[in-house]
Design a protein around this ligand. Structure first.
Ligand SMILES: Cc1ncc(COP(=O)(O)O)c(C=O)c1O
Length: 376
């Protein structure tokens, strides 16, 4: 454990992602309050907990109100199991039938929407003497994975008749819930409601019906059903600038480094690969040990900003694989060892995302593997 800036971890690399697990707990408690005690809360920890570290985030989420987890691929679930996580874990992604044993051996729940996968899970479960819980995915408008609404009842009947399969859930996913205009999302909810009605009319019991991602949690209470599946908001980020702030969130991650060299250069000094920046005055140029291999995107070249000693300063020249330069001329006291905020306090990740034309999700999940996550 370290303090809020990740100090107290002497051997840790200067470039690090500092993750505040208390912020994760705060966000989970906020979600819990928003959706009420009656509903289950599935914390989405795929992609290594959106880059924050799946295991510490899972533990923090589970001890502050989440009851289960979701991952994208079985390997992510296996890692959590190996680390001792025992709660239900749903695999969102589809796997090939010949991968069924991965889900089963780790005791995960699997998303299904094909007879081939359903049968493979049933057979493999039988041969191992276990049962496997599945959630049927319905495509109500995302156009990604899932059954057409009209095909769900027949498929659910088949799932219910497989001796080693437990039909635990039916779910769908929003494509536009983070937009201000909710018309498309309401149509998706309507379609999902019709599917649930048809299942009920056919006498097929579905214990857990779920639809809401973060945007759904924030803005579409009618989509909370039996369980919600927030991802990005666990990490303290809003899914877009268009959603309401009906839950007050605290960003959990800051991405920081330290200056490794400062030099004073005359006007006309080229900086970095391609000499795309040339100083037009005497300048104090600091080098920081972070680059695109760390997830500090090259698209930020000559555009990004960072915070040093509480002050915004610009990036100079191209971001290289492992280093880049910043202009600290406005901070005469800046020196090697000073902390540099790449995003975090004073520089929201959304600003970095918007400079490079992407979303906060991609920036946090893109932080490289060699960047240590330091938990406070
Ligand atoms: C099926 C499903 N549910 C929930 C989520 C969580 O979404 P968000 O991070 O927007 O809350 C995702 C993430 O992409 C998802 O794929």
């Amino acid at each position: 454990m370290a303090d809020r800036c990740g100090r107290g971890t002497d051997a840790v690399r200067a470039t690090r992602a500092v993750v505040d697990l208390e912020a994760v707990r705060h966000n989970i408690r906020g979600i819990r309050q928003r959706v009420g005690d009656r509903r289950q809360l599935m914390a989405v920890v795929k992609a290594d907990g959106y880059g924050h570290g799946a295991l510490p985030v899972s533990r923090a989420a589970l001890d502050s109100g989440a009851g289960c987890l979701a991952v994208a691929i079985p390997e992510e679930g296996q890692e959590l199991r190996t680390a001792g996580i025992e709660c239900p874990i749903l695999v969102f992604g589809l796997i090939q039938p010949n991968e069924a044993s991965k889900t089963i051996m780790a005791g995960l729940e699997q998303t299904v929407c094909s007879v081939e996968l359903l049968d493979a899970l049933d057979q493999e479960s039988k041969s191992r003497g276990v049962t496997t819980s599945v959630h049927i995915k319905v495509d109500t408008g995302m156009g990604r994975i899932g059954l057409a609404p009209a095909d769900v009842v027949e498929f659910a009947r088949r799932a219910a008749s497989c001796p080693n399969i437990v039909l635990k859930g039916v779910y769908s996913h929003f494509s536009c819930a983070d937009e201000r205009d909710k018309e498309f999302s309401r149509a998706q909810i309507r379609r999902f409601g019709e599917v649930l009605g048809a299942l009920e009319a056919a006498g097929i019991a579905v214990p857990v019906r779920h639809m809401a991602n973060s945007a759904g949690v924030l803005d579409l209470p009618e989509a909370h059903f039996d369980m919600v599946r927030p991802g990005i908001m666990i990490y303290g980020l809003y899914p877009s600038a268009e959603v309401s702030h009906s839950v007050e969130l605290r960003p959990a991650m800051s991405f920081v480094t330290r200056i490794c060299q400062v030099k004073v250069v005359p006007p006309g000094t080229p900086i970095g690969y391609g000499a795309t920046f040339v100083t037009d005055r005497k300048s104090r140029v600091a080098t920081i040990p972070v680059g695109y291999a760390d997830g500090y995107r090259r698209l930020l070249s000559n555009k990004g900003q960072v915070v040093v000693r509480g002050k915004r300063v610009p990036l100079l020249g191209r971001v290289a694989m492992d280093m880049c330069m910043i202009d600290v001329s406005s901070i005469p006291e800046a020196r090697a060892g000073d902390e540099v905020v790449l995003f975090g306090a004073g520089l929201p990740v959304e600003e970095v995302a918007s400079i490079i034309g992407t979303i906060n999700y991609e920036v946090v999940t893109g932080i490289g593997k060699r960047v240590p996550r330091v938990y406070v």
